[in-house]
Design a protein around this ligand. Structure first.
Ligand SMILES: NC(=O)c1ccc[n+]([C@@H]2O[C@H](COP(=O)([O-])OP(=O)(O)OC[C@H]3O[C@@H](n4cnc5c(N)ncnc54)[C@H](O)[C@@H]3O)[C@@H](O)[C@H]2O)c1
Length: 337
């Protein structure tokens, strides 16, 4: 079997997870190099994984033996890192969202479109078993006519560091809810044509001072005529609460749960379960399947399962949400194109 040599750039939360997975769980992948701008982070990751490490992206771009690059640097650095990887002829798996603004996302998409490389965007929920089954049921017609998409996304707390600043992350609609926007258009098999969004920062002074929201509610209108509703809250004392419901004329599907049903504690005071801890636990398997799909696309020379154009569509919805919530009016996606 041919192997694809992989480098992961950015060894934080997402990059560390990708590197672990590429090291041992992706047939056809050979993790060769890990890169970070911090020497300490890069060295520790390289030593832990038993692979080469480097500081800064230059080595990943210059090394001829690297065929695929995973870009897991902060969102506002995606564009320069992806562009230089494409320039060097590498295949790229770039974390979501594509960029921190629609203009930058479009710049990246233009370059990706004219490249021969596989460029995949990290909307890994599409590879989750439950969402996959839901999509299969939709395609098999088991829900009848789709009427409503409903998504609950409650994170335990607001993000820290660079991701707390909407100028670096794109804010709640890009950084957090673009996952739900991607899932909405994927699973409903219909494009979002309009949004009506509200948002506020009622919980955290820091979120407010940086111009982001800690609570947002979004109404979606699909091309098919169906409606959608997405709520995002950046506080959840019981854990990572991520649920999606699809309501059809013949059936309803619910994905996700408030609690982690792997452990139930029952006593005279009641029956209790813990909340889901965080995205790495809930979606680890989806990350594995996503990373395998990326390598399969390279080996079989087929298009990625989540394309740059998918990445851009999710960003357009996020951008429309910012405009809608600031101007307090519904926004047609057509007007953004
Ligand atoms: N798919 C998901 O569910 C998911 C989850 C978390 C993060 N992400 C995405 O992954 C990306 C990274 O987020 P994170 O939470 O892992 O961030 P992080 O802050 O935990 O890690 C980023 C790492 O990149 C390094 N870095 C910064 N600039 C660099 C550069 N130019 N070259 C090399 N290294 C650089 C930093 O030193 C840091 O170690 C973001 O785009 C984020 O949206 C996706």
């Amino acid at each position: 079997m041919r192997t694809v040599s992989v480098c992961v750039i950015g060894m934080g939360r997402a990059g560390g997870l990708h590197a672990d997975i590429f090291k041992s769980e992706v047939p056809g992948a050979d993790l060769k190099l890990v890169v970070d701008q911090s020497e300490k982070v890069a060295r520790e990751a390289g030593e832990r994984l038993g692979v080469d490490w480097a500081v800064g992206q230059q080595e990943a771009i210059e090394r001829e033996d690297i065929q695929a690059v995973v870009v897991a640097v902060p969102t506002s650095s995606h564009v320069p890192v992806v562009l230089s990887a494409l320039e060097a002829g590498r295949n790229v798996l770039v974390e979501k969202p594509l960029a921190e603004s629609l203009d930058k996302g479009r710049e990246l998409a233009k370059r990706a479109d004219s490249s021969e490389s596989v460029v995949q965007v990290g909307y890994m929920r599409r590879f989750d078993g439950a969402y996959r089954s839901a999509k299969e049921s939709v395609e098999a017609g088991r829900l009848g006519k789709l009427i409503l998409y409903r998504a609950i996304a409650h994170d335990p707390a607001p993000p820290a560091g660079w991701a707390s600043d909407p100028r670096s992350s794109g804010g709640i609609f890009y950084d957090m809810l673009s996952h739900d926007f991607d899932m909405a258009r994927y699973i409903m098999s219909s494009e979002v044509v309009a949004v009506n969004a509200v948002g506020s920062s009622i919980l955290y002074e820091d979120v407010k001072s940086k111009g982001d929201y800690d609570v947002a509610c979004v109404q979606l209108t699909f091309e098919s005529g169906a409606y959608g509703y997405v709520e995002g809250i950046r506080r959840s004392p019981y854990g990572y609460d991520l649920r999606t419901e699809l309501v059809g004329s013949e059936a309803t599907i619910a994905v996700g749960s408030m609690s982690d049903n792997q452990l139930t504690f029952a006593d005279s005071e009641g029956v209790r379960q813990s909340g889901v801890k965080w995205f790495m636990g809930r979606f680890r398997r989806a990350f594995v399947e996503q990373d395998r799909s990326f390598i399969r696309s390279i080996l079989t020379k087929t298009g990625p399962e989540v394309s740059v154009s998918d990445g851009l569509r999710a960003m357009e919805i996020a951008e429309a949400c910012w405009t809608s919530s600031k101007e307090l009016r519904p926004i047609s996606l057509e007007a953004l194109r």
